[in-house]
Design a protein around this ligand. Structure first.
Ligand SMILES: Nc1nc2c(c(=O)[nH]1)N[C@H]1C(S)=C(S)[C@@H](COP(=O)(O)O)O[C@H]1N2
Ligand SMILES: [Mo]
Length: 525
């Protein structure tokens, strides 16, 4: 304990503190100057995105299983801690060997710049905020070190280190803390200023607010009565936009001006096509409810949502471009470099895959792909639902690989049949007697024709199905259970429109989606 207190009072701890202050300066100055560049070019966002790009499937799966849709916050926390520790080491090293400290800062700068310039839609000039930030950090580190060197009162500090400050008047611990405090305050102000400035400079959110969506040429069929499960507490049949799950690799949400948006359709086509946002507004739009599902959704998980989408059929886009013989895939790419491989025929058949511009009667929220995303019934999002989509390349599975395929996930992703038990919740305590069990099931494009419930090892009994709106939306169900005291297990399984019963074979999300029957343990009093 005494050792620790002595160490904390000693030069190494103070030097580590100086290192942290310098790192804060690098990041905050880059953030401030970055307000005039793309958000993707600031160090934290760029480093985090680079890290995500190197994420293997097991790690993505683990992050989502552990942190759910807070995976990004977890990433930032982990990165913050890593940077903090590295900065401590850097400061301690710089105190003893300044040249090594300089090398360390330059190395960090190089790593940051490398990760900035390799981002999609980033230009070399976007490295400027990081370069200036690194230079500022170096200056600050030098200033703080000079103050430390001039504090000569420590025994055991190498003579050459002590000598560095020798020709200048000695200084005090208080002066050092004052300098560090001012640095930290300046960094905080710069970071906050950068944040506010970027927010003020971005008018995409405002433009979205004032955008008037056209009415569809073909309106969505009215939602039939009785789609909602009879069991209280089951998810709303239409997922409100602010409750819709969000999964993507974008640490800073791309901000695309609708007026600047263009979609290029090229590759194995007879006619290259470029569409503008105005082209979409002027086109004959369709509207339909479609349930999206993430491949990373664990059995019983909530990475699925149902919304009313307004958009232009991709079938029509492909008709204009006329794919040539041999093409079997469309590689869609987003403005921030994500890509998905979708079978060509899926985009051409009558399931109404679309370029969506509206979600539940509003323009797409920024996080859900504003101004334009893909919505493809029946396929997991990672192979179909490209948000901020800007490029469609008609190609062949044999010739191109999509973002997650390169990282160990499947190249195709039809959605697996799944029944989810939502009430009662896992580990709930319920009173004996009539208990409402309920949930949601999905098998997009095949539809749900039956849901069965099993209590403990009893017989499989049919649940009451809510009304089916369409085969591309989820279907809810309920089941009245006469609960007897004691611990019980509730299982559910669905049958799809082809008559196939949901498999009980457990599979992890990697590589093409989880399977198995959900089992919910409840205690009846
Ligand atoms: N640009 C971009 N689009 C993307 C992704 C992404 O990482 N980047 N993730 C996909 C995945 S894995 C899913 S499940 C859906 C999720 O869409 P949502 O966030 O609107 O629910 O978006 C898809 N589209
Ligand atoms: Mo996903």
């Amino acid at each position: 304990m005494k050792k620790l207190t002595n160490w904390l009072k000693g030069p190494t701890a103070l030097a580590a503190l100086a290192g942290v202050a310098a790192a804060a300066v690098v990041l905050s100055v880059a953030e401030l100057i970055g307000a005039f560049f793309t958000a993707r070019a600031t160090p934290i966002i760029a480093l985090g995105s680079t890290f995500i790009d190197f994420t293997p499937p097991w790690l993505k799966d683990f992050a989502i299983a552990t942190f759910g849709t807070n995976d990004k916050a977890a990433l930032f926390a982990g990165m913050g801690l890593t940077i903090f520790l590295l900065a401590c080491v850097l400061g301690a090293v710089a105190y003893r060997k300044w040249a090594l400290g300089v090398a360390g800062v330059l190395l960090m700068g190089a790593v940051i710049v490398a990760s900035v310039v390799t981002r999609a839609s980033v230009e070399p000039l976007d490295a400027i905020p990081s370069l200036i930030g690194t230079a500022a950090g170096l200056v600050v580190l030098r200033l703080l070190m000079t103050r430390l060197w001039r504090m000569r009162q420590w025994p055991g500090v190498a003579a050459d280190v002590a000598a560095k400050g020798a020709e200048r008047p000695a200084t005090t611990r208080r002066a050092f803390f004052a300098a560090t405090g001012i640095t930290a305050a300046a960094a905080a102000i710069a970071a906050t200023g950068g944040r506010l400035l970027s927010a003020a400079r971005s008018n995409v959110a405002q433009a979205r607010e004032s955008l008037q969506l056209p009415s569809p040429a073909k309106a969505a069929p009215a939602i039939p009565a009785g789609v909602q499960s009879a069991a209280p507490g089951v998810t709303p049949w239409v997922t409100p936009n602010n409750e819709f799950y969000r999964i993507d690799t974008a640490l800073s949400v791309p901000e695309i001006n609708a007026q600047d948006w263009e979609l290029r359709v090229h590759g194995l086509v007879e006619q290259e096509v470029t569409l503008t946002f105005q082209d979409l507004l002027d086109a004959e739009l369709i509207e339909s409810h479609v349930t999206l599902t993430c491949v990373s959704n664990p059995v019983g998980g909530n990475l699925a949502g149902n919304a009313k989408w307004l958009g232009f059929p991709l079938r029509e886009v492909l008709k204009m471009a006329r794919p040539t013989e041999g093409a079997d895939m469309v590689l869609s790419t987003s403005e921030d470099g994500f890509s998905a491989s979708t079978p060509l025929e899926v985009l051409q058949d009558d399931r109404d895959a679309m370029l969506a511009i509206g979600m539940n009667g509003e323009p797409l929220p920024l996080e859900h792909g504003y101004p334009v995303r893909m919505v493809v019934p029946g396929l997991y999002g990672f192979v179909s639902a490209t948000k901020w989509v800007v490029d469609l390349e008609v190609t062949r599975f044999a010739d191109s690989k999509a973002y997650w395929t390169d990282r160990g996930w499947s190249e195709r992703g039809p959605i697996k049949t799944m029944a989810r038990v939502e009430v009662p919740k896992s580990f709930a305590q319920v009173a004996a007697g009539k208990v409402a069990i309920g949930g949601t099931a999905w098998a997009q494009t095949r539809g749900i024709t039956k849901v069965e419930v099993q209590i403990d090892n009893g017989p499989w009994t049919e649940a009451v199905l809510s009304t089916e709106a369409s085969v591309v939306t989820w279907r809810q169900w309920s089941f009245e259970w006469d609960a007897t005291p004691g611990p019980h297990y509730i299982k559910a399984r669905a049958t799809d429109g082809t008559g196939e019963v949901q498999t009980d074979k457990r599979a992890d999300p990697v590589p093409d989606g989880a399977s198995g029957w959900q089992s919910v343990m409840v205690t009846v009093q």
